[in-house]
Design a protein around this ligand. Structure first.
Ligand code: A3P
Length: 231
C-alpha cells in the first residue's frame, strides 16, 4: 500500500497510539511499534531493525508495505528519510508540553528499555529489542549523563519539534495538540469528522498493565520450554 501519505514525526508518549487508531478510523493503515510487539513470531521487526541500522539505504516501500501512515518512535527516527522519499506526504506533530512528556517517559518507556533483559542474536525478540534501543530517543535513553539531565532533554525534545517545523512547508504540516480531538486534523487531511470520539488509549497505567501481562506470558512460555526440555 505504500507510498506513505501521512508521517507523524513526533516522539512516542505524545499520543501516538491514539493517533494511529484515529488514522485507521479515517480509513488509513497506520504503522505503530505496537504492531511489531503484537506479532507472536517477531519476524516483522526485522525489516525495521535493518532500516534503523542503515536509514540511507532502506527500501521504504518494502519496510512499510501494507501501511500508508507512520508514527511512534520508528516514525520519529525515520521521519526525515521518509519525507525525503515521500515529499508529498502530510506531516503531523502530536504535541504535548515537555514536562508531561518526560514524566510519561519516566514511568513507561524508560524502565522497559533500561530493564536488564538482553537477548542473543538468534532469539526471536532480538531484532525488536535492538530496534527499540536504537530508535527510542536515538539511543539517548541509555545515556544517563544526557537522559537524566532535564535541561538537555528539554532542548532535545524542543529541537526535534523545531527541526520538523523548519523542514516541512507550512501547508503540509499540522500540529495536533494532545486532547484536541477530530476537527483540525480532519480538516487538514480533507476527511469528514467520524461519529465516534477521538481515541484515548495507552495511558501510563494501561501501558504498565500490558508490560506486566507480556512479562507473565513470556515467563510462562520460558517455564514451559524448560519443563519440556527437562522431560
Ligand atoms: P500519559 O502517559 O501521561 O498517561 P503514546 O501512545 O504515544 O505512547 O502516548 C500515550 C500518552 O498520551 C499517555 O499519556 C496517554 O494518556 C496520552 N493520550 C493518548 N490519547 C489521548 C487523548 N485523546 N487525550 C489526552 N491524552 C491522551
Amino acid at each position: 500500500m505504500a507510498p506513505i501519505k501521512v508521517i507523524n514525526a513526533s516522539l512516542g508518549r505524545t499520543g501516538t497510539s491514539s493517533f494511529c487508531e484515529a488514522m485507521d478510523i479515517l480509513g488509513y493503515k497506520c504503522h505503530h511499534m505496537k504492531k511489531l510487539l503484537a506479532d507472536p513470531t517477531y519476524e516483522t521487526s526485522k525489516p525495521f531493525y535493518e532500516a534503523a541500522l542503515n536509514r540511507d539505504e532502506a527500501d521504504w516501500d518494502k519496510v512499510y508495505a501494507g501501511y500508508d501512515v507512520t508514527t511512534d518512535f520508528t516514525g520519529s527516527y525515520f521521519w526525515k528519510h521518509l519525507f525525503a522519499k515521500y515529499p508529498d506526504a502530510k506531516v503531523i506533530l502530536t504535541e504535548r508540553p515537555f514536562e508531561e512528556w518526560f514524566k510519561s517517559m519516566q514511568n513507561t518507556i524508560y524502565p522497559v528499555i533500561r530493564s536488564k533483559i538482553q537477548y542473543e542474536p538468534d532469539h526471536p525478540r532480538y531484532a525488536l529489542r535492538q530496534l527499540s534501543r536504537t530508535v527510542v530517543l536515538e539511543g539517548i535513553i541509555e545515556d544517563d549523563d544526557k537522559y537524566m539531565n532535564e535541561d538537555f532533554m528539554r532542548r532535545y525534545y524542543n529541537n526535534h519539534i523545531e527541526e520538523v517545523k523548519r523542514t516541512v512547508p507550512a501547508n503540509q504540516l499540522y500540529s495536533l495538540k494532545l486532547g484536541e480531538g477530530w476537527e483540525g486534523i480532519c480538516k487538514f487531511l480533507g476527511k469528514d469528522v467520524p461519529d465516534v470520539p477521538y481515541p484515548k488509549v495507552n495511558s501510563t497505567a494501561e501501558f504498565n498493565k500490558k508490560v506486566s501481562q507480556t512479562r507473565a506470558r513470556n515467563e510462562a512460555i520460558a517455564a514451559a520450554a524448560a519443563a519440556a526440555a527437562a522431560t
